[in-house]
Design a protein around this ligand. Structure first.
Ligand SMILES: Nc1nc2c(c(=O)[nH]1)N[C@H]1C(S)=C(S)[C@@H](COP(=O)(O)OP(=O)(O)OC[C@H]3O[C@@H](n4cnc5c(=O)[nH]c(N)nc54)[C@H](O)[C@@H]3O)O[C@H]1N2
Ligand SMILES: Nc1nc2c(c(=O)[nH]1)N[C@H]1C(S)=C(S)[C@@H](COP(=O)(O)OP(=O)(O)OC[C@H]3O[C@@H](n4cnc5c(=O)[nH]c(N)nc54)[C@H](O)[C@@H]3O)O[C@H]1N2
Ligand code: SF4
Ligand SMILES: [Mo]
Length: 687
């Protein structure tokens, strides 16, 4: 008899509520659960869940390497869990905590969110200063970057009451279904939508205004819009007087902060902005008029404006533009949802200051991710290969495929070959996993329990707590990552801090302040609203002038420097996500591969015409860092001069990896975010 089990899809940030059809422990299918706060729709990734669960290439048992690193065949030898865990403990002890780094997959594009806090707790209590994470290219500029301006993250648009939505470098129709659904509902209610994106797709098709900017020029565009808003009287001066430093004297003593901002922005008159961004003057003025007259405004930005060499300045400029609308923290503007009250489990506060002082990159980027122990592969590989600034000898990774998801860095292979010990929990053997000494089979999100406290997209969704049941049996001996963390903690002598190995006791501790526990959640598989939420945060003070940035960079206001032009690479390359895949994942899932069989580069018509390329041609996209091969598509929906290409592909026989052509030394000086968008390129037709 088939059973229908309420659950949610944990494969990406959307965490869509869904219904699993299960028979005899076998997962037969996934369907939307409209009764769930994020259950209106599911995407094709969730629909292929049975194929993910049953895939023959899934790891089924711990595997130990028997051949030298760098050999095509690692000579994997199956071993038991006890032996694997004992080996981990022995090798991590040999390296010592400060020479051990941890790594974690992105919680926004994998299900590792289940274990994210516990992985941090393990790293912190073991005493490691370093955790590799995608944050600098992912959520940093959304969750932490805005703190430079208003002390906390971007918050969530109050879509139920907003009059105008500014969607800047984010494409939720492909990347966050539940979010796209809230925006569509706001539009149906009459809210206006402005989209800033070099590519017109998803919600941009139904937007009131599309600003097709040249990739990487976001800082110039935002400064230009600040100028227009100030010049046309569209800024909310009363709001700024109450909540910001606008009318305070500028710290360097020349006029008020607002006067200095106006002076800075005046360097960006519409004609100059149009020339640099490719957005024509009329559209710029129309955008400023909409932002000036249609209040309250809400803002969402994500990776489009962040994966750039000047990401911090772009983020600051966009945030200041938003502050001028007077909508921050107001009904219909961006607000900070309180979320369920929980006990902290990640234990950031238990990292000793001398441990944190050793975090790689902290000295160079004290305002960036290293302040929380999050490091880049570039810094990790330097530490392993060249012992700069000190040697790292062991790496323990929970998923993550940094060899494909991060840009090329010169020390990568030397570092991975040199590590004394590299262990990784994974679903599949990936180009990163191939360098491991030990591979641990992870149960997928469909095969393990997981807790989601808050579903983000509005107040009701964010108060919702759900304990996801396992809806399929894990393959072989695969285990959930949380179980692996707890077992490793025991092997490292940290059992007392891990609830004696009792995962349910641990979850009950985490949940206790919310008024919920695992028993209540198991009895209500669709989830429950948390009885106790955090206190709503007070309205923050807005710093148009950032003292922290002034101290680090010498400039308290955002600036933007046009990149040097290169006649050999006249076009601009950028990238983005497609519905079928998350980053480097799912290429082995036939149901998804059929939808997106090969890497594509979309060319703006002027690019194709200039290089004599027709739709369907094989092309090479050349950057200063290398060449990537694609099938060409020609798209009217791209900003002129733009190439929009897929990433996350890898192959041993063909150059298909976008990030292999990126320069890992080119990154934002404050956050470390890599320049992956707005890259000078040329395109040639392959025979
Ligand atoms: N050019 C370019 N590069 C990008 C981006 C871009 O837009 N353009 N986007 C960036 C962004 S936003 C991010 S977040 C990063 C992502 O970078 P990564 O976090 O490295 O993401 P993936 O490449 O998807 O690799 C995730 C790996 O984790 C494994 N995995 C999935 N679920 C689980 C699980 O539950 N447990 C375990 N143990 N393993 C699991 C998968 O099998 C996969 O191999 O990529 C970045 N790279
Ligand atoms: N299907 C799917 N969903 C995902 C993921 C996935 O890999 N696949 N990953 C998850 C993760 S980890 C993340 S971080 C989120 C990211 O979610 P998003 O930020 O929405 O993802 P992207 O598609 O990478 O980028 C957003 C938009 O930026 C545009 N863009 C490209 N270059 C520029 C530029 O220079 N300026 C501006 N303004 N826009 C530009 C792209 O055309 C794209 O429409 O998605 C999450 N959801
Ligand atoms: S958008 Fe797709 S992959 Fe993401 S949670 Fe929803 S169904 Fe799962
Ligand atoms: Mo991400």
């Amino acid at each position: 008899m088939a059973e229908i089990l309420p659950t949610y899809c944990a494969l990406c940030i959307s965490r869509c509520g869904c219904l699993a059809t299960v028979e005899d422990g076998r997962l037969l299918g996934i369907a939307p659960d409209p009764a769930h706060p994020t259950g209106r729709a599911i995407c094709i990734k969730a629909r292929t869940a049975p194929e993910q669960v049953n895939h023959p290439a899934r790891l089924r048992t711990p595997l130990r390497r028997t051949r030298p690193k760098g050999d095509a065949d690692p000579g994997w030898q199956p071993i038991g869990w006890d032996e694997a865990l004992a080996l981990c403990a022995q090798r991590l002890r040999a390296a010592g905590p400060s020479a051990t780094a941890f790594a974690v997959a992105t919680p926004s594009g994998t299900a590792i969110a289940d274990a994210f806090g516990w992985i941090h707790r393990l790293a912190h209590l073991w005493g490691s200063p370093n955790l590799v994470f995608a944050t600098e290219n992912c959520n940093w500029h959304r969750d932490f970057g805005p703190a430079l301006t208003w002390g906390r993250g971007l918050g969530m648009p109050d879509y139920a009451h907003t009059a105008c939505i500014l969607l800047w470098g984010s494409n939720p129709a492909a990347t966050w279904l539940a979010h796209a659904e809230r925006i569509r509902a706001a539009q149906q209610r009459g809210a206006r939508l402005i989209v800033v994106d070099p590519r017109r797709s998803g919600l941009a098709n139904g937007a009131d205004l599309w600003l097709p900017l040249r990739p990487g020029s976001d800082g110039a565009l935002a400064l230009g819009l600040i100028h227009l808003l100030l010049e046309t009287g569209g800024a909310d001066l009363d709001f700024l007087r109450t909540y910001s430093d606008a009318f305070a004297p500028a710290p360097d003593g020349r006029g008020s902060v607002l006067e200095r901002l106006a002076e800075r922005a005046a360097q960006w008159p519409p004609a100059r902005v149009a020339a640099i961004t490719g957005v024509d003057e009329a559209t710029l003025r129309e955008a400023a008029a909409l932002l000036g007259a249609t209040r309250p405004v809400s803002l969402y930005t994500w990776t489009g404006s962040c994966q750039q060499a000047q990401a911090t300045d772009a983020t600051r400029a966009i945030n200041l533009l938003y502050a001028l609308t007077g909508s921050l923290g107001q009904p219909g503007g961006n607000r900070w949802l309180p979320g369920p009250r929980l006990n902290d489990i990640a234990a950031f506060d238990r990292v000793a200051p001398e441990t944190r002082a050793r975090t790689l990159g902290l000295a160079e980027r004290p305002l960036g991710p290293p302040a929380r122990g999050w490091i880049t592969t570039r810094d990790l590989f330097r530490a392993i290969a060249r012992e700069e600034p000190y040697p790292v000898r062991a790496l323990f990774a929970f998923g993550g495929n940094f060899m494909v998801s991060k840009p090329a860095t010169r020390d990568a292979e030397a570092a991975l070959a040199r590590l004394d010990f590299f262990a990784q929990s994974e679903l599949f053997e990936t180009p990163s996993a191939r360098w491991a000494d030990l591979l641990l089979p992870a149960a997928s999100c469909w095969e393990r329990e997981g807790l989601q406290a808050g579903f983000m997209v509005d107040a009701a969704a964010d108060a919702h707590v759900q304990l996801r049941p396992a809806v399929a049996r894990p393959p072989g001996e695969a285990r959930g990552d949380t179980a692996i963390v707890f077992a490793l903690a025991r092997a490292l002598g940290l059992d007392a801090d891990f609830f004696g190995g009792d995962e349910m006791a641990a979850l009950d501790h985490q949940l206790a302040p919310s008024g919920l526990d695992t028993a209540a959640l198991r009895a209500a598989p669709r989830g429950l609203p948390a009885p106790h939420l955090n206190a709503p945060p007070p309205m923050p003070r807005i710093a148009l002038w950032s003292e922290a940035l002034a101290r680090q960079t010498g400039d308290g206001l955002p600036c933007w420097t046009p990149p040097e032009t290169d006649p050999a690479r006249p076009f601009t390359l950028t990238c983005g996500k497609v519905v079928a895949y998350c980053h480097s994942q799912f290429r082995q899932i036939d149901g998804l591969r059929r939808r997106q069989p090969e890497p594509l580069a979309e060319l703006a018509p002027d690019v194709a015409a200039a290089r004599g390329i027709a739709a369907g041609d094989r092309v090479a996209v050349h950057t200063a860092g290398g060449a990537v091969h694609y099938r060409a598509e020609i798209s009217e929906r791209l900003a002129a001069g733009t190439v929009w290409a897929h990433y996350g592909w890898s192959s041993e026989t063909a150059p298909v990896d976008y990030n292999a052509a990126m320069d890992g030394e080119c990154f934002d000086r404050v956050s470390g975010s890599n320049a992956l968008r707005g890259i000078a390129c040329d395109v040639v037709r392959l025979a």
